[in-house]
Ligand binder design. Structure first.
Ligand code: AMP
Length: 522
């Protein structure tokens, strides 16, 4: 297919395409030992865009994207759709890591229904699922297959009568999903303006670099990958994180920069190959996503990451909020901090009760505003209104500001547990547990290990005469929600302890969690 696309300016995809054109022979992507050159990536994106345009994709339309985790098509599909002004929805999973369970077809169909998408773009591996989703929508959504080189192949399940109505999300947005309090996925809508601005405002300041991608391309790291490509860099895409392979890739691919979730940094520190790995090309290791243990950071600083660690704090809704730079890592008093706000980000700490701004040193809810925050939750104006108030995004995180503007996080307002990069709402897991006939009552809570990593635990009261194994309860929760929601430890109690006010005594539950015998497997 020849490429005849508008030469837009001020468009992040155009900025990427322009750069790919400047040195067409250079490596743009590395994936499964294969090289995609700049020319090949350019062609893949423009061919896909042209194919999509032929299917009616353009401003005001929305396209679901269901491709292998972290493969090139997850980027090519987004670039093509965004180039045409269409909205993109990453429907594979919440926090779409390779190990995150895929959303059930019914949830994926529901996302497409509420967003009024009319096309689901799949790769070969996801074609059967694409057909299943389309069938649930009575063919109201067409399924199109992206070929390995980005060309859009045949339309697999044709839409009934072309476009029906304007998509429910503004043109050019990108929608990523996190888990919601009901256990259903919650769509975080990044407007085109926010995403575009995040990329265009930054890429000129980035030197060309080889960037290792081990976290989901369809999540928080997305704009950073676009920045790397627009700045003339290359992406080394790993489908799943493997500490040994990540260490090997640094020398083999000449990796200069990587973003990782904090537990992945710990995995690198614990890996036997770290001592012998050649990391001489590495210039920056950025980590974040959950609290970092100062003890583990000290360990990282004593090793090969001494002068290249950068911590970021952000949320799906907010994008990037704060950054702790490499030199700051050498000030022990700053190791418990998540750093200072990024340029263009304003951070305040509010009294959770009165919403009054608190002075430095006092703990309250962290709120922020910037040009890059979400425009809202997909089809949930009430939750949006509760989360973004008077232009300030409420993060749900508790923290305080130091005298010199460093932000320190101390916990969360809600009881959300962030385990293995997935947000887990205890109420959803409690509901799933009590839906099991052997469970009369249940409470679910997060337990933190010595590195500060959180795990889902549960205390249950069994129904009279019931007997059930922990493995059976985990499988049940896994089925209703996802395996990541399944409590790693379950204790059975005769009753849940209530405090004087009649509310659950959470402190006592945590004590019992440590002292009671865990429920065994069946
Ligand atoms: P998500 O939107 O799933 O990435 O989760 C965002 C949440 O992760 C934030 O609200 C914080 O609770 C937590 N988080 C992200 N980055 C950090 C960090 N650097 N330190 C502590 N917690 C973090």
């Amino acid at each position: 297919m020849a490429a005849h696309l508008p030469a837009d300016t001020g468009q992040y995809v155009t900025a990427i395409l322009d750069n790919l054109n400047t040195r067409p022979e250079r490596t743009a992507l590395r994936w499964r030992g294969r090289t995609v050159t700049a020319a090949e990536l350019h062609r893949a994106v423009t061919d896909a865009a042209e194919g999509l345009r032929g299917l009616g994709v353009g401003p005001g339309t929305a396209v679901g994207l269901l491709t292998e985790p972290n493969g090139p098509l997850g980027l090519i599909g987004r670039y093509a759709a965004n180039l045409l002004g269409a909205t993109v929805l990453y429907v594979r999973s919440t926090n779409p890591g390779p190990d995150s369970p895929e959303l059930p077809a019914a949830d994926q169909a529901e996302i497409l229904r509420v967003s009024r998408a009319d096309l689901l773009l799949v790769d070969a591996a996801n074609t059967p699922r694409g057909r299943e989703v389309a069938a649930l929508l009575d063919g109201a959504v067409a399924v199109a297959a992206l070929g390995e080189a980005g060309e859009v192949g045949s339309v697999l399940a044709a839409t009934a009568a072309g476009r029906r109505e304007e998509a429910a999300v503004p043109g050019g947005a990108v929608v990523i999903f996190t888990s919601g309090s009901s256990g259903r996925p919650k769509g975080v809508v990044k407007s085109f303006t926010a995403w575009n601005g995040a990329v265009l405002s930054a890429y000129r300041y980035f030197p060309p670099q080889t960037f290792l991608v081990i976290t989901p391309v369809g999540h928080a790291v997305g704009p950073l990958l676009d920045i790397v490509l627009a700045a003339g860099g290359a992406l080394v895409l790993h489908q799943r994180f493997d500490a040994g392979e990540a260490l090997r890739a640094v020398a083999e691919e000449g990796v200069n920069s990587v973003y990782m979730a904090t537990p992945q940094l710990y995995a690198l520190l614990d890996h036997p190959d770290l001592a012998t790995a050649d990391l001489s090309t590495l210039r920056q290791v950025t980590y974040g996503g959950c609290p970092a243990s100062p003890r583990r950071l000290a360990q990282a600083l004593a090793g090969p990451f001494a002068d290249i660690l950068v911590q970021t704090y952000g949320t799906s809704e907010a994008g990037s909020i704060a950054l702790l730079g490499s030199p700051e890592h050498h000030k022990p008093e700053l190791l418990p901090s998540v750093g200072r706000p990024f340029p263009g980000v304003e951070v305040r700490v509010l009294d959770p009760e009165t919403a009054e701004e608190l002075p430095a040193g006092e703990t309250g809810e962290v709120v922020m505003r910037s040009a890059h925050v979400m425009s809202g939750y997909l089809a949930d104006p009430e939750l949006t209104a509760r989360t973004v108030r008077e232009g300030w995004l409420h993060t749900g995180d508790l923290g305080y500001l130091g005298e010199d503007g460093h932000l320190f996080l101390v916990g969360r307002i809600s009881d959300v547990i962030k385990s293995r990069s997935e947000r887990i709402h205890p109420a959803a897991v409690e509901k799933a547990l009590t839906a099991h006939p052997a469970v009369a009552d249940a409470t679910v809570y997060g337990v933190t290990d010595e590195d500060g990593l959180e795990f889902v635990h549960a205390a249950v009261v069994l129904a009279p005469d019931a007997s059930v194994g922990a493995d059976q309860l985990r499988a049940h929760v896994g089925e209703l929600l996802s395996p990541l929601h399944a409590p790693v430890r379950i204790v059975a109690l005769p009753s849940l302890p209530l405090g004087e006010s009649g509310k659950l005594d959470r402190a006592l539950i945590r004590l019992l969690d440590r002292t009671a015998t865990a429920l065994g497997d069946a």
